[in-house]
Design a protein around this ligand. Sequence first.
Ligand SMILES: Nc1ncnc2c1ncn2[C@@H]1O[C@H](COP(=O)(O)OP(=O)(O)OP(=O)(O)O)[C@@H](O)[C@H]1O
Ligand SMILES: [Mg+2]
Length: 414
Amino acid sequence: MTTPALTAERSTPVVAIVGGGQLARMLGQAALSLGIPIRLLAEEPHGSAAQAVAQTTVGDYHDLQTLRQLTDGCDVLTFDHEHVPISHLAALADDGVACRPGPHALVHAQDKGVMRSRMDELDVPSPRHALVHDAAAVTSFADTVGGFPVVLKTTRGGYDGKGVWFVGTENECAAAFETAARSGVHILAEEKVDFRRELAALVARSPSGQAAAYPVAESVQKGGVCHEVVVPAPGLPERLALEAQQIALRVAGALDVTGILAVELFETRDPSTLRRAQESASSGEPGRILVNELAMRPHNSGHWSMDGAVTGQFENHLRAVLDLPLGSPQARQPWTVMVNILGSEQSDVGSMYDGFAHVFARDPRLKVHLYGKQVRPGRKIGHVTAYGDDLDDVLERARHAAEWFRGDLGQESE
Ligand SMILES: Nc1ncnc2c1ncn2[C@@H]1O[C@H](COP(=O)(O)OP(=O)(O)OP(=O)(O)O)[C@@H](O)[C@H]1O
Ligand SMILES: [Mg+2]
């Protein structure tokens, strides 16, 4: 029997990736393992992904001509960020380029206002929200959700907590509106959810509709930046884990997402913050799930899966955008913990390498990923992953390694 995919006349498809950060770098690693050629459009010649992808061109993704050159001869276009103008993607789609995810889906990861209205249409439980055009409108909104504080967000362009303000009075709204005016975007007001913790539900979905749901993760943010991820979310009732996965699968299907969809969630115990959340018939527990935001690309809350799942999110993103059968998203061990390595005043590129001797000697099962980025305080420069069957042990191992790389442990005394 012949296998069509292996016959000489069929060539391996080429994947174009826009964006040269660590997500593209790790997509590149997965592509290399599968022998899938990729072509990268990066912002700078020696950035994180450019170091790892031979076929890199440097250019501006705001320029349609540059995108056309990138995709010429490629089979699929995908992304390490969601900032490519939707009109350009629509033009490329009209040219016949397979944009995955497509512009009709990606707009929901680009614009939090569009995302919120769509979630309402789909009856997906979300924090109460409104688009607001001035400080007085924020006060009116606050009156409808039990008063200040409320959360203000730029509808577009935010990341790592930039573009998010917690405001306690009408007088504190100025910074948000100034930022929005400067960048020509709007402000979305949301009730401040009294959440118990933040969760993330990741799914991979292919154009033909196959989908795979990863175990629900707990993600711990510090100052708006993802700090630590624990899988599965400890103590999450089965009912809520299923609900989170079902929300992610439903959103992926309704929005026709292709590739990875990460749904950032709040787990709340306060029923007053609920909007259209369904009462569970089977359980008396008051916990609820609300959607915070969507990302349509591999996501920091899924980095654990590179080492901790049967199929990592980067490989499944590639499989999905190529419409190949998806791999199992199952965890390999009862517990997996990923901790980000953030740059600090104490750390530099050299001290990252010096850290290997200590952390590898201390923990032969630890996995370390460094992104080849210049170290700057607060910048994500890598992550570590530990897994095993004892959560406290796994947490301690992963935290110790990340702190060591950050230079927080007084290495000179050990
Ligand atoms: N309505 C809310 N109530 C309470 N906390 C919130 C709310 N919205 C956001 N937050 C907090 O602010 C953080 C950042 O918000 P959000 O995820 O919307 O912004 P972002 O900068 O786009 O994030 P990302 O880096 O994930 O793209 C959240 O992870 C959460 O900790
Ligand atoms: Mg977020």
